[in-house]
Design a protein around this ligand. Structure first.
Ligand code: NAI
Length: 218
């Protein structure tokens, strides 16, 4: 498998393939043609063939794709056959929502620790994981393997905590705080900003309204 040569655009499309294939599996679909998959996913069949050919072509002429095989292989490419330990920094609304979401475990992401500064939260258990105080973080990082830290703290606090985490050895940050973290190049940062996708919706709504106004005039 030559993962390094696969374009970022393809990698970004893989989770969606993975989700669709998972749904097909749940419905006991054994195989699917690129045409059928393309109709479901609203992506051209040629795009699907091109994307999946990157991995040595899972399809067979006249047979289509074996759903389970493709699902498993894409899962491997995405690293989902592995388990990752995750901690959450900030046990407020968003941190608790993430901790309460069970589906991450199905994908191999296990929440091992939740940290906050608010003493009123100390010891409260969220689906079996107790909220700890942030001053326990350093020891926790020494005694546990942590792959990913989710940052769900106020944006002004996020850069300093991120730096601390890097010093403690973290290599991947799932950043929900609306700020740029500017960390060393070997640290992966995945920013998740719901407000930005809302802004894209707002842009598209605005464009639609302007379009409608134009056609009303005509
Ligand atoms: P919240 O106020 O409910 O929770 C923040 C928590 O962080 C509090 O429990 C607070 O005690 C804790 N905290 C503060 N400083 C800390 C520190 N140094 N170390 C550890 N914990 C600390 O806020 P909410 O609504 O959960 O939002 C959290 C962050 O997520 C904010 O930065 C917010 O802007 C962001 N957010 C991002 C979204 C996104 O789409 N990326 C969506 C919603 C919120």
């Amino acid at each position: 498998m030559h993962e390094k040569e696969i374009s970022l655009a393809v990698i970004q499309r893989l989770p969606r393939y993975y989700r669709y294939l998972g749904e097909l599996l749940e419905n006991d679909v054994v195989r699917i043609s690129s045409k059928e998959l393309s109709e479901r996913m609203k992506v051209t069949a040629s795009q699907i063939r091109q994307d999946l050919n990157n991995f040595g072509g899972f399809g067979q002429q006249g047979y289509g794709y074996n759903v389970e095989y493709l699902y498993t292989e894409i899962g491997k490419i995405l690293g989902l056959d592995k388990c990752y330990n995750l901690i959450i920094i900030g046990a407020g609304n968003l941190g608790q929502a993430l901790a309460n979401y069970t589906d991450f475990e199905r994908r191999g992401f296990y929440i091992r620790g939740i940290f906050d500064v608010n003493p009123r939260l100390e010891g409260i258990s969220i689906r079996g994981t107790e909220i700890r105080m942030i001053d326990e973080l350093e020891d926790f990082m020494k005694n546990n393997t942590v792959h990913i830290a989710a940052l769900t703290i106020p944006k002004l606090k996020a850069p300093a905590i991120a730096k601390d985490l890097v010093r403690m050895g973290i290599k991947a940050i799932w950043n929900f705080a609306p700020t740029d973290l500017n960390l060393p190049g070997d640290v992966m940062v995945e920013n998740v900003h719901l407000a930005e996708s809302l802004m894209r919706l707002s842009y598209n709504l605005k464009a639609l309204e302007e379009n409608n106004d134009e056609s009303d005039k005509n």
